[in-house]
Design a protein around this ligand. Structure first.
Ligand code: CAA
Length: 321
């Protein structure tokens, strides 16, 4: 197979960008293994984080017949995550898309715990913790200490460098980004992000896992915002700025993009879904790592965040929930 190396598309250089090119960046993100002999088949997944993303990943894994362990730092977060999964599966039963027996079987495949030792025998670890490098570092180091040496380790980060995060695990070769989209059960895409030292076998194992849980993977280079967020979030930011400038009401901006561009939901409703804090953090990371002011978050984010309006999760954002 001829692996086509794309022309140099370096991120705009910034002195502190974690994305400055190292030799590993010259590997094509599209390269895949020729043989699957050494590829780990994932049968059990350990997910750190019981929030929107973590619980969603656990749900789709359990529904696909995999064993899933969901951990978080407190029982209340686990309980909230499980309640969300039960609600989603219950809706699927009500709609006649899932039998009650299959719902119960899926729930029976989910275990929970308060630290990584609850899933030490997992084939795949995915951290889906908040976008804090310190929190992720702690989790990755702890997981690397208990998992089998052949286990794949992954991060669901939407904005941090896979290369930087890979420095916290024992095997950078077995470390990969597996980036799901929100809401996980409804969104078909996963970005599989190749870090500087990720092997073809690890990329194949990650892609196979995505397919096994019903998703379509794309393989992406470790670059700020990967593909989707890099393109999507400036658009959301522009909608927030248009609102701030009084161009139109939130409803009219969203209706404009829904009916004028066939978006399933408007960009302001989408910001509420993602969370205004997360949306702002992603834009800040893009601005910093790409070194380009056009990603700078609209000042309107600060007003909403200062008022505790985080979007759906706080009951109030651009809309009331
Ligand atoms: N959790 C789980 N499943 C959900 C859900 C939720 N919060 N909301 C909706 N769904 C599911 C429903 O169960 C339903 O499933 P079925 O078709 O199997 O019945 C399906 O999604 C459609 O739901 P609805 O009919 O109730 O509503 P809809 O047709 O308006 O779709 C939507 C809802 C799927 C959220 C749709 O509006 C949409 O696709 N919006 C865009 C979402 C998007 O762009 N996400 C990416 C965000 S960026 C990101 O995630 C990256 C990051 O790093 C932060």
């Amino acid at each position: 197979m001829v692996v086509v190396t794309r022309p140099a598309t370096e991120p705009r250089p910034t002195p502190s960008s974690p994305y400055r090119r190292g030799p590993g960046f010259r590997v094509s993100p599209h390269a895949v293994a020729h043989s699957k002999e050494d590829v780990v088949k994932v049968q059990k997944v350990l997910v750190a984080g019981a929030g929107q993303m973590g619980a969603g990943i656990v749900q789709v894994a359990a529904q696909a017949g995999l064993q899933a362990v969901m951990i978080d730092i407190a029982d209340e977060f686990i309980a909230k995550g499980m309640a969300g999964i039960e609600k989603q599966l219950g809706r699927a039963v009500d709609k006649g898309r899932l039998s009650a027996a299959d719902r119960d079987a899926a729930l029976g495949r989910i275990a929970t715990g308060l630290d990584v030792s609850a899933g030490a025998d997992a084939d795949l670890f995915i951290e889906a913790a908040p976008e804090s490098i310190d929190i992720k570092r702690g989790l990755l180091e702890a997981a690397a200490g208990v998992l089998r040496p052949d286990a794949i380790m992954a991060t669901n980060t939407s904005s941090l460098s896979i290369g930087v995060l890979s420095s916290y695990v024992k095997s950078r070769a077995r470390f990969v980004g597996i980036h799901f989209f929100n809401p996980v059960p409804a969104m078909a895409l996963v970005e599989v992000v190749r870090g500087p030292e990720t092997t073809d076998e690890t990329v194949v194992a990650a892609r196979d896992f995505c397919v096994a849980v019903g998703k379509t993977p794309i393989t992406v280079k470790d670059s700020p915002g990967f593909v989707v967020n890099r393109i999507l979030f400036p658009m959301i930011n522009e909608a927030v700025q248009a609102l701030s400038e009084g161009v139109a009401s939130a409803d009219d901006i969203d209706t404009g993009l829904k009916l004028g561009a066939n978006f399933p939901m408007g960009p302001l409703a989408l910001a509420d879904l993602v969370g205004l804090d997360t949306t702002k953090a992603i834009l800040e990371t893009l601005e910093h790592d790409l070194g380009d002011a056009r990603y700078r978050p609209s000042a309107l984010f600060d007003e909403y965040l200062a008022a505790g309006k985080l979007g759906r999760k706080s009951g109030q954002g651009f809309y009331t929930y």
